[in-house]
Design a protein around this ligand. Structure first.
Ligand code: GCO
Ligand code: MG
Length: 403
């Protein structure tokens, strides 16, 4: 019988930190999974290295669901971002192995493609409205069919989604977490103004999205949703901190702007209420933070019953392995909605050799057996781990606000 003969954790920082689990079988097949949890990387690395890798040795790598249940139920302590990211890394590595053994890309093992390609949204931002418009134009010129728009808010020093120094998607920094400020009133006043100019300038022939990043109260989110209705958003994302799920009922009673949530969720139990009560339109859990391909597929099957579509998180702090895995899932589920694409920062491609393609706004994971990403360990060794934190948000009186 083929068994797992090695499982090791690899940490590298080609532009940003990535943790990768590499599993090797007794007949020499390797598989990789993303274990990156931005700003808390070493806790997942330790969870895997100290508690999971030793348990994998000798197991049959073909039993993906059985190993998943063994790790989930066997730990006794359940859920949480660290546990579920670690389990996800094992799961994706095992799917990668199964694909390579079968000589098939993973999406074929999941039932095959239900669409030609995966619609992804590009990221546009600006320090002011002219800059934002330039950026939206640039993204549309590249062929994207969907754009997320985020602009700086006058009077607020730094705002989520507007890169400092032009490194789109990089928000973590060294030393102690940087402190950003927040002002809900200014934000609520400003967003409809810039969305109006985006639609005036570019029309309605593309999907427009926006990430609120958990910053509003339910009634403020309801107000934002109403004020954006004319601009027909594809979604507004994370309008409120989603621990309070009943809040979405209030938002929904007031607005027809579609709602997306879920990037900080890590299990089907976090999604169940919002889906079954039809309080959201898109569920944004990711492969790598929600238990891997096996678990995400269960979440999306539940969502399909209730007309909720997928919208997987695809920030640059999820490694190319995670992004490729998401493309395989997106291609194979009927209730796909939209995939975020935050384009990894160079020199990531020194370490991660990918096979995905982008054409005319659609992505495809490619037809290489497995996930379609190879990891260059020699190159990875050149980029040492670099501790970084996400920023913290405070209000004018110094109290901490959701970032
Ligand atoms: C998104 C997300 C990210 C997160 C990041 C945190 O929609 O892409 O909100 O930008 O902030 O993944 O590590
Ligand atoms: Mg987000």
């Amino acid at each position: 019988m083929t068994t797992i003969s090695d499982a090791k954790v690899l940490i590298t920082c080609p532009g940003r930190n990535y943790v990768t689990l590499k599993i090797t079988t007794s007949d020499g097949v390797t598989g990789i999974g993303d274990a990156t949890l931005n700003g808390r990387e070493l806790s997942v690395a330790s969870y895997l290295r100290d508690h999971v890798c030793p348990l994998l040795l000798g197991k049959d790598p073909s039993c993906i669901e059985r190993i998943w249940q063994y790790l989930y139920k066997g730990a006794y302590w359940r859920r949480g971002p660290v546990t579920m990211t670690a389990i996800a890394a094992v799961d994706v590595a095992l799917w990668d192995i199964k694909g390579k053994q079968a000589g098939l890309p993973v999406y074929q093992l999941l039932g095959g493609a239900v669409r030609d390609g995966v619609t992804v949204y590009g990221q546009a931002s600006g320090e002011d409205i002219p800059q934002l418009l330039d950026d939206v134009g640039r993204i549309l010129d590249r062929g994207f069919r969907a754009v997320r728009a985020q602009a700086a808010v006058p009077g607020v020093e730094r705002v989520y989604g507007v890169p400092d120094g032009g490194r789109t998607g990089e928000q973590a920094g060294g030393g102690r977490p940087s402190v950003e400020g927040w002002d809900t009133g200014r934000y609520l006043n400003w967003v409809p103004r810039y969305m109006a100019t985006v639609r005036q300038e570019f029309g309605h022939g593309f999907h427009l999205l926006h990430d609120v990043h958990h910053r509003l109260t339910p009634i403020e989110a309801a107000h934002l949703g109403k004020s954006l209705e004319l601009f027909r958003m594809f979604w507004i994302e994370d309008p409120t901190p989603a621990e309070d799920q009943e809040a979405f009922r209030l938002i929904r009673q007031h607005t027809t702007t579609p709602l997306a949530v879920g990037e900080v969720f890590n299990s089907i139990w976090d999604c169940q209420y919002l889906i079954t009560e039809r309080l959201i339109d898109y569920i944004r859990t990711s492969v790598s933070h929600a238990g891997g391909i096996s678990h995400l597929r269960k979440i999306l099957s539940l969502a399909e019953l209730y007309g909720v579509r997928s919208g997987a998180h695809g920030a640059g702090d999820l490694s190319p392995v995670s992004f490729a895995a998401a493309l395989h899932v997106d291609l194979s589920v009927q209730n796909f909605g939209m995939q975020e694409y935050m384009e990894h920062l160079p020199p990531y491609q020194d370490v991660f050799k990918t096979t995905w393609t982008f054409e005319d706004g659609l992505m495809h994971p490619g037809d290489a057996p497995g996930i379609g990403v190879e990891y260059d360990e020699e190159a990875a060794a050149r980029f040492a781990y670099d501790p970084k934190y996400l920023p913290v948000n405070t209000l004018a009186d110094g109290s901490v606000h959701d970032w």
